[in-house]
Each structure stands twice: as structure tokens, then as C-alpha cells.
Design a protein around this ligand. Structure first.
Ligand code: NAD
Length: 278
């Protein structure tokens, strides 16, 4: 177990087999991390590549995606990873990212929609409506835009797997109403897409991360007390990392989950089981 802050924010890369995603072509949005460390998108993109997929690392911050590519190549020098600078709130960007993958690799098998923003303290009474719209745009509309362009080539390749990142905030709201609403919409969108495209061979599932210790939450500063309370929120009493999300994503991306679609998979150490002890 790591025992320093630095070690915990850079948790070791999990062991991989190198073959679970062999031959697959993947896009991961938000494949960088907003600060040093292992975010959910960086973890998924890295594990996809280490499991043999060709991966397009999409991020609006080129440098963040380049850092992910460097991590991947350090672990697996023969990995095929490309970086794409784009903003998933922009439809032309979404179309171009899909074209890049399809033109380069002849098709698309996996799309992981990881981009999401949290910044949304407040109830409907005190929420800022411009901020409300922005949160829905980044967290939900972006997944509509990427899906619109990714589904047709996936169908053309005989099917595929889409993984959307929701949050336990959708299932256990806690004072971030715009965020909770957007992440609930991600669940509904995923299930609607799963129903719409099942007969075309496209599976659509959702991961609901719990209180992971990732750059998204510690970049703005997190004191030890808050970090401990987040860890203690899980029934297991352990801290989740980006790798926990990435490992779940590998399963949903792979043919191991061929009979699973429309699933909401909480990855939260049993946080949702918690309630009053008596
Ligand atoms: N960490 C947690 O505790 C937690 C809990 C629940 C859900 N989540 C979800 O996990 C996802 C975030 O994961 P992360 O750890 O990779 O986050 P992150 O904030 O580190 O973001 C990853 C990357 O997304 C990029 N990005 C942001 N907006 C973009 C846009 N419009 N277009 C393209 N790229 C963009 C950023 O530049 C960054 O490099 C979000 O959907 C978030 O809601 C996180």
C-alpha cells in the first residue's frame, strides 16, 4: 500500500494481460487529467492501450493528453495511441475525432465518454442558471454529440461498446443539484441509447464513480479531514482511485461483457450501502 500523498496521487499501474482488448479501436474523451496524477479518463485510456486497443486520446488540453500518451508508451512502447485536440461540446470537434479514428484505423469499436464538470454547488433555489446550462451542456449534451457521430461507424464495424461516466451523485444527491441532475440524465441517456442500438450490436453502459481520489477532486486542494471523510464514506473504508474506474471500463469495453447493456455500474466501495447504523 502506498503511504505518502505523492504515492497515492500516482497509484501504481495495475497489472494487465495485454490482450483483453486486442484488435479494438477506441476513443476516450477527457483522456488527460486536469492535474498531475491518474484521473478516470487517463486511467481508462491507459488500461485500454495496455490491454491491446488502439486508442485516440481526446482532450481540449493537448498537453494533458500528451502526458497520458507518454505514460502509455512508457508502460507499453509498442502501443498505438494518437492524441486529438478537441472540445466535446463542439459538434464539429466530435465529428472530426470520430473521422480521425475511423480514417486511421478503418472503424471504431469503443467510445468512452469521460468528460464531465463538477462545479455546481447549490439547490434549484440558489443555483446560477448559466452555470446550470453549462453543466448540462458539458456533462450530457457532449455525450449526445459524440454518440451521434460514433454510433454509425460502430454499426458499420458490426457493433461496439459505449461507456458513459455518470456519478453516485445521481443516485445519492448531496447539494450539487445541477451536477446530480446531469449525471442522472447520463444514466437515462445511456439506457435509451442501449435500447435504441441493441439490435445494431452497440452496447451502452454507464459507470457511476464514488468519491475517487483523482485530480478532479484534489486539484483545487483537499485537506486531510475531507479526504478521510471521503474514504470513510465507502462501506469498505478504502480510497478509490482512477484505476478502479479504468478497470471497470476495460470490462465493459471488452467482449467479456458481451451480454451486458444498459447497466449502471457503481464503483464506490459500497458507499451506496451506507445509512444509519441502527
Ligand atoms: N473523481 C471523482 O470523485 C468522480 C466521482 C464521480 C464522477 N466522476 C466523473 O469522472 C469524470 C472525470 O474524470 P477525470 O478524473 O478524468 O477528470 P478530469 O477533470 O481530470 O478531466 C479529464 C480531462 O477532461 C478534459 N476536458 C474537460 N472538458 C473537456 C471538453 N469539453 N472537451 C474535451 N476535453 C475536456 C480536461 O482537459 C482533462 O484533461 C467526470 O465525468 C466526472 O463527473 C468523478
Amino acid at each position: 500500500m502506498p503511504d505518502t500523498d505523492a504515492a497515492i496521487s500516482m497509484p501504481p499501474v495495475p497489472r494487465t494481460t495485454g490482450v483483453r482488448l486486442e484488435g479494438k479501436r477506441a476513443i476516450v474523451t477527457g483522456a488527460g487529467s486536469r492535474a498531475a496524477g491518474i484521473g478516470n479518463g487517463r486511467a481508462a485510456a491507459t488500461l485500454f492501450a495496455l490491454e491491446g486497443a488502439r486508442v485516440l486520446l481526446v482532450d481540449r488540453e493537448l498537453e494533458a493528453a500528451e502526458e497520458t500518451r507518454a505514460l502509455i508508451l512508457e508502460e507499453r512502447p509498442e502501443a498505438e495511441v494518437e492524441v486529438f485536440e478537441g472540445d466535446v461540446t463542439d459538434e464539429e470537434s466530435c465529428a472530426a475525432m470520430v473521422r480521425t479514428a475511423v480514417d486511421g484505423w478503418g472503424g471504431l469499436d469503443i467510445l468512452q465518454n469521460n468528460v464531465g464538470v463538477g462545479l455546481s454547488e447549490g439547490s434549484v433555489v440558489d443555483t446560477d442558471l448559466d452555470q446550470w446550462d453549462m453543466v448540462q451542456e458539458v456533462n450530457v449534451r457532449s455525450m449526445v454529440l459524440t454518440g451521434r457521430h460514433a454510433v454509425p461507424p460502430m454499426v458499420g464495424s458490426g457493433g461496439g461498446s459505449i461507456i458513459n461516466i455518470s456519478s453516485v451523485g445521481a443516485l445519492r444527491p448531496r447539494g450539487m443539484t445541477a451536477y446530480s441532475t446531469s449525471k442522472g440524465a447520463v444514466i437515462a441517456l445511456s439506457q435509451a441509447m442501449a435500447a435504441d442500438h441493441a439490435r445494431q450490436g452497440v452496447r451502452v453502459n454507464c459507470i457511476a464513480p464514488g468519491p475517487m481520489y483523482t485530480p478532479m477532486v484534489y486539484a483545487g486542494g483537499m485537506d486531510e479531514e475531507r479526504r478521510t471523510s471521503r474514504r470513510e464514506a465507502s462501506a469498505l473504508g478504502i480510497e478509490g482511485t482512477g484505476w478502479d474506474i479504468g478497470l471497470a471500463a476495460v470490462f465493459l469495453a471488452s467482449d467479456e461483457s458481451r451480454y451486458i447493456t444498459g447497466l449502471v455500474l457503481p464503483v464506490e466501495g459500497g458507499m451506496l450501502l451506507r445509512g444509519p447504523s441502527r
